[in-house]
Design a protein around this ligand. Structure first.
Ligand code: TUI
Length: 309
């Protein structure tokens, strides 16, 4: 079954979490345009996230989801609250959601954790996941070690569950490749950052459009929490600090509030401008509906071209 049938939506496309960016309003806009919109919890407390969920419910009658960042300090309360709010789809990132799965299943939600390894996919299948998102390290933000190309088919072979591919997908060729690897659909993030509806600062969108294939770097490897961002002054200084063996506290202090500086203040020098490696493909700011329509129609053109050759 394809992701569009599985979720009851128009396209086999879902939106990635995107902390501090994917509000209830943004997720509703994505859902209204035919993909699955996802509200990101990021570092938000439970009650602030509840407001976003309620706003999303008012703005769309289509399915939507919530992404739980498992490193969130308020994760216990958030886990309970999303069950209370009967959110239709729950995705998770940056850890294993095993301990919450029973409670979420009882609320009727579809559970779709993000995995960056075969081992976690297998574990979550046993614990009751409905599908998994296999996310390669081409993606933005918190990343795993494996590439989408290597990870997706290995997860597809290891579990019976439907697999959604993520990381490195921004056009129809990449979407066709995801299906060729055995995925039932795709999760996209970076290419939606340059949508008209995306609430990031204009400087963020402009920086993405100016960027190239090799414009991203990964910081935080020494802490075991690698994060892909656009290369800037902060990223370069961070890597230097890591090379000099800076402590966890020093590094965390240095990036504290970095995502807000980028998203809200538009500080492209000292902000954490999270982005996937597809940034070099982004050329203009367009409405979400147009981005999705073009992604899907170019995917169809691509697969029909393959059939002829
Ligand atoms: O979670 C993400 N991407 C994210 S989270 C995030 S929030 C943030 N904000 C500021 C600084 C740092 C992060 C930004 N981007 N993607 C899903 C993902 N999950 N990628 C990798 C993983 C992952 C990694 C290890 C999942 C599980 C895991 O191990 C768990 C285990 O127990 O094996």
């Amino acid at each position: 079954m394809r992701l569009d049938e599985f979720l009851g939506i128009k396209y086999p496309i879902m939106q990635g979490g995107m902390a501090n960016i994917a509000t209830g309003k943004f997720a509703a806009a994505v859902s209204n345009a035919g993909a699955l919109g996802i509200i990101a919890s990021g570092g938000m407390p439970a009650e602030a996230l509840r407001k976003e969920i309620q706003e999303c419910k008012q703005l769309t009658d289509k399915p939507f989801g919530v992404n739980l960042m498992l490193m969130n300090p308020d994760v216990e309360n958030i886990a309970k609250m999303v069950a209370e709010e009967k959110v239709p789809v729950i995705t998770t990132g940056a850890g294993s959601p095993g301990r919450y799965m029973e409670m979420w299943k009882a609320s009727g939600a579809k559970l779709i954790p993000v995995v960056a390894s075969v081992a976690l996919a297998r574990k979550l299948e046993k614990e009751g996941a409905d599908a998994v998102i296999a996310e390669g390290g081409e993606s933005g933000g918190h990343v795993g070690e494996m590439t989408t190309m290597a990870l997706v088919p290995q997860v597809v072979d290891a579990v019976e569950l439907p697999v959604i591919a993520a990381g490195g997908i921004a056009d129809g060729r990449q979407m066709a490749a995801a299906f060729a690897l055995g995925a039932i659909g795709v999760q996209i993030g970076t290419c939606l950052l340059v949508s008209e509806e995306c609430p990031v600062h204009e400087n963020y969108k402009k920086a993405l459009i100016k960027s190239r294939d090799n414009s991203t770097i990964v910081t935080g490897r020494s802490l075991g929490a690698p994060v892909r961002i656009l290369k800037n002054k902060m990223g370069r200084e961070y890597l230097k600090m890591e090379q000099k063996g800076a402590s966890k506290e020093e590094l965390e202090q240095f990036t504290l509030g970095g995502l807000r500086r980028a998203v809200v203040d538009g500080d492209m020098d000292m902000g954490s401008v999270m982005s996937g490696q597809v940034c070099g493909q982004l050329k203009e700011i367009r409405p979400i509906a147009q981005i999705l329509e073009e992604l899907y129609s170019s995917y169809q053109t691509c697969i029909s071209g393959l059939a002829k050759s």
